[in-house]
Design a protein around this ligand. Sequence first.
Ligand code: HEM
Ligand code: HEM
Length: 227
Amino acid sequence: MQWLTEYKPDVERVERFNFVARLTHWGHTVTFLLCLFTGLVLFLDGVDWLAAIFGGYGGAGLVHRIAAVFLTIFIVIFVLFDFKGIINWIKDILRFGMNDIKFVMKFPLEFFGFEVKVPPQTRFNGGEKGNSIVTPTMVILLVLSGYIMWFPAIFPAGLVRVAYPTHDIAMILATCMVCMHGYLGSFHPGSGESFWGMWKGTVRSDWAKHHHATWYEETYGDKSDAE
Ligand code: HEM
Ligand code: HEM
């Protein structure tokens, strides 16, 4: 059984994500999952088996803080070395329009494996635009509330009290998003090619034309500046 969409090097491919975007994405994935599993040790009762993986409850707390610092470093790297990419990403989110709404309405069919003709999408489709807003917002809330919980002495007591439920709610929302997103960006038969865009940097041109027609036209097609 084939889990991932096959990587085809011998067909026409186009660049989708540069090195910094890929490095920081996978850096965030590893550090987010480490924070999640060590955080769950602190959040849930009676998960001694999970705590044992990190050397007990103290070990989980330590790994949580180390992973949190690396997660922060990856955010800083992204801002310092791909600021233009972030601005273009925000510009693309702001293009949310009718075609994105149509995409989101057709998305359940695509999710369950039906072949659907999606309306032309920009660099990120309607669902990815939603993910681009919700997940990073939750991660920023986790980072801010996390440091407040870590160093309570330097913050007002009221803020420290609010930080705990904020951290928990952001963790739950981000985890729901990441579960769906992780599946769509890897094993999902229709969108699985996107995995190679994030892993190796390129996707098949025919896939890009089908899934992100507007982006393809503007970047590599007749409407591109490269003409
Ligand atoms: C810069 C990022 C982060 C920092 C600084 C941070 C910091 C902290 C601190 C100081 C605690 C309290 C630990 C203790 O009581 O020993 C904590 C708890 C927790 N963290 Fe984080 N964290 C961060 C990111 C994350 C992420 C990304 C997740 C999950 C996806 C997460 C999930 C949790 C959970 C579930 C708890 C337990 C909360 C509770 O007991 O109610 N954290 N975090
Ligand atoms: C669990 C494993 C994960 C896989 C397999 C995965 C895969 C991917 C892929 C393939 C893309 C590119 C989609 C495209 O072509 O536009 C992507 C984008 C993205 N990823 Fe992940 N990812 C994972 C985890 C995460 C985590 C943990 C976060 C954040 C905490 C995250 C945040 C994002 C964001 C914000 C985008 C851009 C918006 C989007 O395309 O939805 N990812 N991911």
